[in-house]
Ligand binder design. Structure first.
Ligand SMILES: [Zn+2]
Length: 136
């Protein structure tokens, strides 16, 4: 059994499972699945609904976008808590690729629940605003 399946809060467990299985509300995935009358929307055009500057993917939503104030606030809370818990994580966060950082968070019991709660919060913030659908 995957460690993340033991996360007690069902909403947090579900959010993390969606992230790990690429079954999440972000445009990079949602617009990949949709077909429009004018055809597919290519990956590079699946832009963030908040900043419309970057592809709305997992890394951008979790660690990149700085346009939405609530998103920035929950990220700062999450990282502050994380770095207080384990100061070495600051080094990983600022030096390793985001995927490696996420891999660490998911595979350590001390960070797993915290990260799942954060993913849940981020998905909720994205869910509140309609996705950006580029015109032709
Ligand atoms: Zn953005």
């Amino acid at each position: 059994m995957q460690p993340y399946l033991k996360i007690p809060d069902p909403l947090h467990r579900h959010a993390l499972t969606r992230l790990l299985l690429c079954d999440h509300p972000l445009a990079v995935e949602q617009l990949r699945r949709r077909r429009f009358s004018r055809g597919r929307i290519e990956r590079q055009r699946r832009l963030c609904r908040f900043c419309r500057l970057a592809i709305e993917d997992e890394v951008h939503a979790l660690f990149g976008c700085r346009t939405n104030d609530r998103l920035v606030a929950v990220r700062e809370d999450f990282l502050d808590t994380l770095f207080r818990l384990n100061p070495a994580l600051r080094v990983i966060f600022f030096s390793a690729p985001a995927t490696q950082f996420v891999d660490y968070l998911v595979n350590h019991a001390e960070t797993l629940k915290l990260f799942a709660a954060y993913v849940y919060q981020v998905f909720c913030i994205y869910d509140e605003v309609p996705m950006f659908i580029p015109s032709t």
